[in-house]
Design a protein around this ligand. Sequence first.
Ligand code: GTQ
Length: 352
Amino acid sequence: MSDTQPVSRAESPERAALYGRLDKADSAPLWAVMSQLVTPEPRPRCVPHKWNYAAMRKLLLEAGDLITAKEAERRVLVLENPGIRGISQITQSLYAGLQLILPGEIAPSHRHAASALRLIIEGHGGYTAVSGERIPMAPGDFILTPSWTFHDHGNLGDDPVVWLDGLDVPIVNLFDASFAEAYPSGETQRVERIPGEALARYGTNMLPIEYVPEGASSPVFHYPYSRVKEALGQIENAGSPDECHGYKLQYVNPATGGYPMPTMGAFVQQMPSGFNGRPYRSTDSTVYCVREGQGVSSINGELIEWGAGDVFVTPSWCVTSHKASEHAVLFSFSDRPAQKALGLWREQRIND
Ligand code: GTQ
């Protein structure tokens, strides 16, 4: 033996030669990749990030000058996580975008396997048509477009309407299960229900007699913010905020009590002025949209200051705490139902 360091076993010429033969045989040695593949804890490639609403709104209006909703089909700025640029994803499992529809415009009807949720950020007079009903959009409203339901959007008002889209496109594509098609006759789907019909039938703590849930998603497509605000106000009056989350509720399918859609869950939390939340983490990377107020969130020690309209993301298993410098309401969504269905979801409250 020479007195130089022994050649590490991984670098031995015999092994390198084997790896070459493995490569030619469309195979690879597990032992070279095992620690990257089966990690003791999540190692998200996504990073914490915030999209400032004023800056994104300006870009969105610039896009509004250059392309119509009709030409674009959907005029959306995709929010790309800086850790995984170029694949139209905000997290490993979710897509998010900011959509603009200008007065008089129509985004033509189509359907796809991907499920969508929307949080209206600004503007009055917008609507989404889902399953034959035109749902009016008001700021703060939460709207569903379940998998394979036709949907078109319009703006009957005088202001630009902007909302946050969340879709499970990366999950659908993970399974190579994507289908999509245009509405067969015309740009807008036929209206077959009166406005508010689904909410009246399924969303007033009552259900049609002997109702049996159909499909995997909520029969309610519209969760008006006015009702959410009222509930949050009452709950805050009752007191006892959660130490990590403040006053936090989850949107539900009223027919099952479960999540509104099989792949995505959505949440809303109100934090009183001065709220200083305890740190928390969970395996569902979460997209937040600030509905009201201002504050700062610490995500693995990185501070993200936020205000109304801003969108920010916390990757899986990053220790996150929220502080509200004034009364604040955060909307959020994640792949929690998908993880739970697969037995993967975990959460942890961090003790100081
Ligand atoms: O509104 O139908 O952000 O199909 C991406 C794909 C929105 C929509 C998006 C879509 C839509």
